[in-house]
Design a protein around this ligand. Structure first.
Ligand code: CUA
Length: 335
C-alpha cells in the first residue's frame, strides 16, 4: 500500500496493518479537530468582530448541555483510542506459545543474535516468513532499543534483565534494523538488517556453513563445567532444587512468596542466587554475577528450558529417574 511512498516503511509483519490503522485513526482525529478549531477561530473572529467603539457584547450565562456535550464526545474518543491501543499493546506483549526463540544481545555498538540451533549472527537476523519469532533480549552495557520499522515493533534492550519482542513476518525481503535508543558515540552506526526468507531457504541457511553446536548443547556444557549439576541433580537429592521442567512454573520461595520461573527469574537466580531462594533450600549457591557473559547466560537458559519435567519425587527418595535423556545421563557419568 505504501511501497511507492517513501514516508512509510513496508508493512511486513502481521501487526503492521493494525498499528498503521490506529496511527491513521489518530492522524484523522487530530486533523479533523485541528481544522475544525482553526476554522472556527477564523469564523468567530470575523462573525463577532467589534463593529463600533461603544458596542457591548451580550453577557454569556453558560450552557450545561453544551458543557456536557464537549465533555462526553472527547471522553468517548479517547476511550476508543485507549481501548484500541490497549488491544494492540496486549497482542504485542504476548508472544504466541509456539514462537521461535532467538536470543539478542545489544552492546556498544552492535547486535549479536543467537539461534537455538547454534547459528550466531552480528547485525543480521535471518528468519522464516510466516513463523512467529520471539526475541529474548539483553544488553552488555547501556540501554539500546531493537527497532524494525517494517514490522512496527520496537522494544528497549536493557542491561541486567531480559525484555521480549515478537513478530511474524509476512513477506520475504530485507528490512532495516535500527538501535532506537541513544547509546553513545556510534549509536547511529548500530544498524543491521532482518532477512526474511521462505521456510525452505531458511532451513537451507540454518544448515549451511560450518556445523554449529546448538545453544542447548552449549548450555549443557556450561552447566557441567560450572559444576551446576553437582547441586542441581535431576533426582532431587542435590543441595539445589531440581531444574527439570521448572521453566514457566510457579516456585515457592523461602519468604512464603511465589515467583514464576521465567527468563528474568532464572537470570537473577544464576547471577544473584541469594535474591530469591527456593523454599526448603539453603542460600549456598555461589554468585555468578560478573563471571559469565550474556551469551553464556542465554545458553544456560536455553538448556534449562529444554529440560523435560521430572515425575514427582518424594522428599528424601533415592530412586533413579527414568526420564533423564540418554545424552544427559551419559554426560553426568563423565567426571
Ligand atoms: Cu545502541 Cu543506540
Amino acid at each position: 500500500m505504501f511501497s511507492g511512498f517513501p514516508l512509510f516503511p513496508d508493512q511486513a509483519s502481521t501487526m503492521a496493518g493494525e498499528v498503521d490503522a490506529l496511527y491513521f485513526f489518530l492522524i484523522a482525529i487530530t486533523l479533523f479537530f485541528s481544522v475544525l478549531i482553526a476554522g472556527l477561530i477564523v469564523y468567530f473572529a470575523i462573525r463577532y468582530r467589534r463593529r463600533s467603539e461603544v458596542e457591548l457584547p451580550e453577557p454569556i450565562t453558560g450552557s450545561t448541555k453544551l458543557e456536557a456535550l464537549w465533555t462526553v464526545i472527547p471522553f468517548l474518543i479517547v476511550m476508543i483510542i485507549f481501548g484500541w491501543g490497549a488491544k494492540i499493546f496486549f497482542t504485542l506483549s504476548r508472544p504466541p506459545s509456539d514462537a521461535m526463540p532467538i536470543y539478542v544481545t545489544g552492546k556498544q555498538w552492535m547486535w549479536k543474535l543467537q539461534h537455538l540451533e547454534g547459528q550466531r549472527e552480528i547485525n543480521e537476523l535471518h528468519i522464516p516468513v510466516g513463523r512467529a519469532v520471539k526475541l529474548v533480549m539483553s544488553s552488555e552495557d547501556v540501554i539500546h532499543s531493537f527497532y524494525v520499522p517494517a514490522f512496527r515493533v520496537k522494544a528497549d534492550v536493557l542491561p541486567g534483565r531480559y525484555t521480549h519482542l515478537w513478530f511474524k513476518a509476512t513477506q520475504p525481503g530485507e528490512y532495516h534494523l535500527f538501535c532506537a535508543e541513544y547509546c553513545g558515540t556510534k549509536h547511529s552506526g548500530m544498524i543491521g538488517k532482518v532477512v526474511v526468507m521462505e521456510p525452505a531457504d531458511f532451513q537451507a541457511w540454518l544448515s549451511g556453513g560450518p556445523p554449529a553446536e546448538s545453544m542447548t548443547a552449549r548450555g549443557q556444557r556450561l552447566f557441567q563445567s560450572l559444576a551446576c549439576h553437582t547441586c542441581h541433580k535431576s533426582d532431587g537429592t542435590g543441595r539445589g532444587p531440581v531444574l527439570n521442567g521448572v521453566f514457566g512454573k510457579p516456585v515457592a520461595l523461602q519468604t512464603g512468596q511465589t515467583a514464576i520461573a521465567d527468563d528474568n527469574y532464572l537470570r537473577e537466580s544464576i547471577l544473584n542466587p541469594g535474591a530469591k531462594v527456593v523454599a526448603g533450600y539453603q542460600p549456598v549457591m555461589p554468585v555468578f554475577q560478573g563471571l559469565i557473559n550474556e551469551d553464556a547466560l542465554s545458553q544456560i537458559l536455553a538448556y534449562l528450558k529444554s529440560l523435560a519435567p521430572q515425575p514427582a519425587v518424594q522428599p528424601g527418595a533415592t530412586a533413579v529417574q527414568p526420564a533423564v535423556p540418554p545424552a544427559t545421563t551419559q554426560q553426568r557419568r563423565n567426571p
